[in-house]
Structures are given as C-alpha cells and as structure tokens.
Design a protein around this ligand. Structure first.
Ligand code: PGA
Length: 256
C-alpha cells in the first residue's frame, strides 16, 4: 500500500499583524522538530507571505496562499495571480474554502478555473469541499460532495488525470470555527467516499496517493484520533493554528 505523508496545514485566514505572523512562523519553525514524517504548511494573508517566507526559510515548512485569481495578469483590481504567489514564495494555494464559497459567492466552476491555473503554474492546489448542516440533515452530504468534486476538478476530469500531488480537504461547513468536530467516523466516511470518487474518476494509483485533509475545529486534543482513520491524511486547521504551542502540538500529534 502507498504510504501517504501526513500534512498539517495552518490556515491563518484574515488574522495576525505582520509582526505576529513572523513571530508565529519562527515559533513553529523552531518547535516542530523532525519534519521527515509530516509535512507542515502555513497559509498567511497575502500581505504577510514574503515576510513569513523569510522567517521559515531555514525550515521545511511549506507556504500557501488562501486564494488566487485564475488569470495570469490583467485588469483585475484587487486580485492576486498565481505567479505573484510563487514570487512571494508559495508552493501551494488553498482553493474553494467554504468561506470563499459562502461569503464571496465562489462557485465550483470558479474553483475549477483556479485549480487549472494553479496546476498550469506548478502551484499545488489544496481544494476544499464540504456540506452545510442543512445539507447533512437532509442526507445530501454525498451528493453535495460529489457535485463539488465533479465541478471543481472538471479540468482534471477532462484531462483524464489528476496530479497525485493535488491535495483535497474535507471541511464540513458546520464544523468550521464552531468547536463542533465531525467524529472520526463521520469524517472517515466522507474521506472514503472522496477516495472512491478519485478511483472511479481517475484510477486506483491516483486514489492511493492523493492526500485528503480533514478540517473543522481540529485541536491538539482531537487530532490524534482523527489521524488514526485510514483515509484521513492530515488536517487543515484554522483557529488552533494561530498559537505557536497548539500548532506545534498538532504537528507533533504522534508524540502526544
Ligand atoms: P477551524 O477552521 O479549525 O477554525 O474550524 C478550519 C478551516 O476553516 O480551515
């Protein structure tokens, strides 16, 4: 069986001053220890990317942005291109986060354009999907996830191949920032469904290599049980990634 390296990713959202961001990056860099068995990633706000890159340069922490535009350049006031992200030191970009989808009207069709542009540039996309509470209660979780995957990854479907470096994140909307985590069983059920979708859409090899992160109120005290599930390959963490000690404990979850 293919061994997938777990990833612990911190999504800082619209938080932290520049100084706080640099200090947090330094704390993480010096606290995480051996990173050969776990990949660590942080996603600061756009304006902090270059400084955080400087602060983590000596460590093996990956840098991601939280969003990007799909065009390479042009008259798109207020937008940032993938190439600009690369120039700021990003290797990854989070796409289709539920806050983008619900607060900024980002559709899966738009996410697909962004995934396509990121892949063209060699930026690794972390593509988020997840159902709302209403959708879960109406027993529509799998339909919603399938539709989000079908549309957001349509470009890979058209190519009949998805790069195995692509990262997917299952983030139930009802668990984000609410303190309500999906139980490990609830999360695993959806992760399994996503892996099966990859297998059906592409092939077994791709399905066994693509990492699927869980996100939604992941904390140092629940990460270990989530990580014991076979199809959960890491965590995309919001709130608990903003404090050095809690993020470092998340990265070192095996030692807890
Ligand atoms: P949370 O956020 O950990 O604060 O629930 C997760 C996310 O939005 O990625």
């Amino acid at each position: 069986m293919f061994e997938r390296t777990p990833m612990i990713a911190g999504n800082w959202k619209m938080n932290l001053s520049l100084d706080e961001a640099v200090a947090l990056a330094q704390t993480i860099g010096s606290g995480i220890g051996d990173t050969s068995k776990v990949e660590v990633l942080v996603a600061p706000p756009f304006t902090h990317l270059a400084a955080v890159r400087g602060a983590i340069d000596e460590s093996r922490i990956f840098l991601a942005a939280q969003n990007m535009h799909w065009e390479m350049s042009g008259a798109y006031t207020g937008e940032i291109s993938g190439r600009m992200l690369q120039q700021s030191g990003c290797t990854h970009v989070i796409l289709g986060h539920s806050e983008r989808r619900t607060l900024f009207g980002e559709t899966s069709e738009v996410v697909n354009l962004k995934v396509k542009a990121a892949s063209f540039l060699g930026l690794i996309p972390i593509v988020c999907v997840g159902e709302t509470l209403e959708e879960r209660e109406a027993e529509r979780t799998f339909d919603v996830i399938k539709e989000q995957l079908d549309l957001s990854l349509d470009n890979f479907k058209a190519d009949q191949m998805m790069p195995t470096t692509t990262i997917l994140a299952y983030e139930p909307v009802w668990a984000i920032g609410t303190g309500k985590t999906a139980s490990p069983e609830q999360a695993e059920e959806v992760h399994q469904f996503i892996r099966q979708w990859i297998e059906n859409t592409f092939n077994t090899g791709t399905a066994s290599q693509v990492r699927i992160l869980y996100g939604g109120s992941v904390k140092p005290d629940n990460v270990k049980t989530l990580m014991t599930e076979p199809d959960i390959d890491g965590a995309l963490v919001g709130g608990a990634s903003l404090k050095g000690d809690s993020f470092v404990s998340l990265v070192r979850y095996r030692e807890a």
